[in-house]
Design a protein around this ligand. Structure first.
Ligand code: 0X9
Ligand code: ZN
Length: 516
């Protein structure tokens, strides 16, 4: 106890001498706290308070909080202790002490500008297999880049995406995707396995999903987690990008409060940095994804939005996660078992896009010491290569290339219809409700397109669709009846324009029978 007080005294003195505000416990600075937790429900309760959880271990949950949240935890009856180990670590002093220095404070770690320069350099050095692509802009207008690596030419091959730094202060999460790119490029034509992988896959590397946040963390305030959305001019900046994806977006393990580190934004995909990934995923139809974060040495797989959600591909997820766990020395685990949180990237990538999505929680610190960068990256490169190899033969059961487009689109629309019902019942005014309805409309439009007589030559798709929706309950089916009316109108129109009357009338009859 006395030792602890002494250490705290030293910290306070250190603050005084250096005049660095990082360790002063006022409500603008964050601190790392160990909270005693006895069950997974207690961990979930903390996540539900909108508190940013850094690590969960047996009996102890490590959180990053400001004074206000620390008091809330104490009021809720939790036992809280300052995490001495992290706060006195010289690495943290070094990394998290600087505020507003000229230039960045990234040391060996890549800054946003350095990432872009390296991607450009790689594409220049390996023009046949690497290209830089702009995938969109951030809230503050920074370009977000991907490096596309492939030697497959026009061959249709499985695709994967490796993403870094959704969270600003997790600098190591930028390094791993860069190392993966280096490995694939430098060993191409030299190492048989890598040559084979590059020739038979398309790999997208996005080292920095959240450039505004990274820049802020490296130049202004190292503990910054979120993006830099100005939240409509509020003094409380930022949205948590890993709470903003549109599958089961909501407030479990995420916060409605702008000032929270897990603020989920005004609606699903309100954040440009998440929309960039959404658009890319919709275009490329990846088979697998890895999203890098720090810290905790974990391999996580979906679903993460609630406990015990059935996952039809669980056995496959477990097998892949366990093997990646072996290669990295990390523990494989279901995301919700860490703590339930809605709106993370993996839930959307798998739930909506049929991607085998994983999150790697790298290392034992947000910013591990520079001497650890190489070894963390090396073992994670092994896991990434393993996943790339595996997707030559495996895929999620809901991958759009593997299920009929009618089935996939109907399932998407069905899911959105369910969400719409939930929002309606809750009487929510979330912008998300509108987002869900817009999504639903766009799925319906795609279905009408697929089922129109000119795109459904023998009427088989229409039959499949009718089969699917006739198994639904009435209220659910109601969402699809406008699709039926539109397709019926298209058929009648086709009859008038001299189309095959017998065939088209058969379709119209089928649709009329359903409506009865
Ligand atoms: O909370 C997160 O976004 C991730 N951890 S981090 O410390 N890097 O912030 C983990 C997300 C895992 N997903 C769910 N639990 N849903
Ligand atoms: Zn993170």
């Amino acid at each position: 106890m006395f030792r602890r007080i002494n250490v705290l005294l030293l910290i306070v003195l250190f603050i005084g001498v250096c005049s660095t505000p990082v360790l002063s416990y006022d409500n603008t600075q964050e601190m790392i706290i160990d909270v005693t937790t006895a069950s997974r429900d207690e961990v979930a309760k903390i996540a539900n308070m909108g508190i940013d959880i850094a690590n969960v271990s047996k009996g102890k949950t490590t959180v990053v909080v400001r004074n206000k949240e620390l008091n809330e935890l104490k009021e809720a009856g939790f036992k809280c202790e300052v995490n001495i180990d992290q706060i006195t670590s010289s690495e943290l002093k070094l990394r998290f002490a600087a505020k507003s220095r000229a230039g960045d404070n990234s040391g060996k770690y890549h800054s946003y500008a350095e990432v872009n320069a390296e991607l450009t350099e790689m594409a220049k050095k390996y023009p046949k297999i690497a290209k830089v692509q702009k995938i969109g802009k951030s809230f503050e207008g920074r370009d977000v880049y991907a490096l596309r690596i492939s030697g497959a030419g026009t061959k249709k091959v499985p695709k994967a995406i490796f993403m870094g730094t959704h969270h600003a202060r997790e600098w190591i999460a930028t390094e791993v995707p860069i190392y993966i790119a280096r490995e694939l490029l430098n060993k191409y034509g030299k190492d048989n396995k890598i040559t084979e992988l590059v020739n038979n896959r398309v790999v997208f590397i996005v080292p920095v999903v959240n450039p505004d946040g990274l820049q802020w963390s490296q130049t202004e305030y190292s503990y910054w987690r979120k993006n830099r959305n100005d939240n409509g001019g509020s003094s409380k900046k930022g949205v948590d990008p890993n709470r903003n994806y549109g599958y089961q977006w909501g407030n479990v393990g995420a916060s409605t409060y702008m000032g929270s580190d897990t603020y989920h934004g005004t609606g699903p995909f309100s954040e440009p940095c998440c929309l960039n990934i959404k658009k890319l995923a919709e275009k490329e139809k990846f088979t697998a994804s890895l999203s890098y974060h720090s810290y905790s040495q974990l391999v996580l797989y979906p679903f993460g939005y609630a406990y015990d959600v059935p996952n039809p591909d669980e056995a496959l997820f477990k097998r892949l996660a366990n093997q990646m766990g072996k290669l990295t020395g990390y523990r494989a685990q279901n995301s919700a078992e860490l703590y339930p949180a809605m709106g993370d990237s993996d839930d959307w990538l798998y739930g909506s896009m049929g991607i085998l999505s994983f999150t790697m929680e790298l290392g034992k610190r947000f910013v591990p010491s520079e001497s650890q960068i190489d070894s963390i990256c090396a073992k994670n490169v092994k896991a990434a290569l393993y996943l790339l190899d595996e997707i030559g033969t495996v895929h999620a059961s809901n991958h759009p290339d593997k299920v009929s487009s009618v089935k996939f689109r109907t399932a998407r629309a069905d899911y959105l219809a369910q969400q719409a019902e939930v929002y309606k019942k809750k009487n929510e005014t979330y912008a998300s409700f509108e987002g869900v309805l817009r999504g639903l409309e766009s799925e319906k439009t795609r279905l009408v397109y697929l089922l129109s007589p000119e795109n459904d030559e023998n009427g088989k798709k229409l039959e499949e669709f009718i089969n699917l929706i006739s198994q639904m309950k009435d209220e659910k089916r109601a969402y699809f009846l406008p699709v039926i009316s539109e397709v019926k109108a298209l058929c009648l129109n086709a009859i008038e324009n001299g189309g095959d009357k017998a065939d088209l009338t058969k379709r119209v009859d089928l649709m009329e029978n359903l409506a009865k």
